[in-house]
Design a protein around this ligand. Structure first.
Ligand code: GMT
Length: 375
């Protein structure tokens, strides 16, 4: 198939999933065309059947808000026409699904019918999409897509609850490449981070408000009073300085390392003992799956799609949003006993294997085929 993929090219989960999906499909022989405003962060290798088309917007003094959606729709028309794509797969509803709808209508005037598959990732539904600024457009573009997927059962339910949806939605979960996300022996790195053989806790995110990064610091503060430990904070975003400030106020800044954005997250996960995800909204929790693949158990909240990933008492523990005491208590329970920690690590890895990319790719291929046949 010739597949067009539209996504945010940043480190965010939706962009990561879209890019890894495109790379996986190209490795299986499909021709994949990424259409976005920057080269996707994880588009880090060359394949003869993998293409990238940049959407550029000309600046004009009249534009306080450059019309990206129109520029994207025009680019889609161009790529679909000249590359002769079979299907367009857009990730994140806003503004990708509506730009694809517009492109689809324009393409009809050329006698081309391009099926559009939309994947909803989370905040496009749970936070931004629900806002009345966007709701009518999001509802319309979901209903007008030829196929719609969500990354968890929970996100599907939330979509059906929050919008007036008149079509089927298929759940296709996030996935993981276990050849990349694998626990590696990085003893030298571990020694440098934790010279006293302390336990290593880790958090990776884009440090947005929903990630509750201050709760990460608070949980760690409690854990470190019982268990000698270090905290690695990976990523960057608007809440980073508040989290840094809190670690100084709590007097633990010597034990907390803010590492910023990192490409080789798997190297850091490989030396870690426990992953913290105290988010107040999480449609799936890809970062937690990446940790589990590297044998790192998870302390998370119980919101959104997290119960579909983190198994209570097996791969980690789940608590109510903001219940720092319980999350710290559960973290200590996992970390205080070497054999128990080993059991949780093994269970986290075993569970992550169920989301291996080779199991999930065929679901998308089948779904594209269905959208092509039905449109
Ligand atoms: O989590 C983020 O802030 C990034 C966000 C995105 O849209 O790029 O991630 C969402 O999509 C991921 C991939 O499907 C999911 O694994 C994340 O759980 C989801 N984030 C939220 O729902 C907050």
């Amino acid at each position: 198939m010739k597949i067009g993929i539209v996504c945010y090219p940043t480190f965010g989960g939706s962009g990561v999933v879209a890019t890894e999906l495109g790379k996986g499909l190209a490795s299986k022989g499909h021709e994949v065309h990424f259409i976005t405003y920057n080269k996707p962060a994880r588009l880090d290798f060359f394949l003869e059947n993998l293409y990238y088309h940049e959407v550029s917007i000309s600046q004009y003094p009249l534009f306080d808000f450059p019309p990206y959606e129109s520029a994207l729709a025009s680019k889609l028309v161009d790529v679909v026409r000249f590359v002769e794509l079979d299907v367009l797969h857009v990730h994140y509803a806003i503004p990708h699904a509506s730009a694809a709808y517009l492109a689809k209508q324009i393409l009809k005037t050329y006698g081309i019918n391009i099926p559009v598959v939309t994947t909803l990732h989370g905040t496009d539904i749970t936070l931004v999409g629900k806002d009345k600024t966007f709701k009518p457009v999001v509802t319309f573009s979901i209903n007008e897509s030829d196929g719609v997927t969500t990354v968890s059962e929970n996100l599907k339910s939330q979509t059906l609850e929050s919008f007036d949806i008149t079509r089927d939605i298929k759940v296709i979960p996030n996935f993981i490449d276990l050849t990349r996300f694998v626990s590696k022996n990085r003893e030298h790195f571990k020694k440098a981070i934790a010279p006293g053989n302390e336990r290593i806790l880790v958090h990776t995110s884009n440090f947005r408000k929903v990630k509750n990064t201050q709760d990460v610091v608070r949980i760690f503060h409690k854990v470190s009073q019982t268990i000698p430990s270090k905290l690695l904070m990976v990523g960057d975003g608007p809440e980073r300085s508040n989290a840094e400030e809190l670690s100084r106020q709590l007097g633990i800044s010597n034990s907390v390392r803010f590492l910023g954005k990192q490409d080789a997250v798997e190297e850091i996960l490989s030396v870690s003992d426990l992953f913290l995800m105290p988010s107040s909204s999480e449609s799936f929790g890809l970062a937690a799956l990446e940790a589990m693949a590297c044998r790192v158990p998870v302390i998370s909240t119980n919101i959104g799609g997290l119960p579909e990933l983190n198994e209570q008492g097996i791969t980690g523990f789940l608590s109510d949003v903001g219940d720092i005491d319980e999350m710290a208590k559960n973290a200590i329970y996992i970390l205080e006993d070497c054999d128990r920690l080993e059991e949780f690590k093994q269970a986290a890895y075993d569970h992550a294997r169920k989301f291996e990319i080779s199991q999930i790719l065929p679901l998308y291929e089948e779904y594209y085929q269905q959208a092509i046949t039905n449109s």
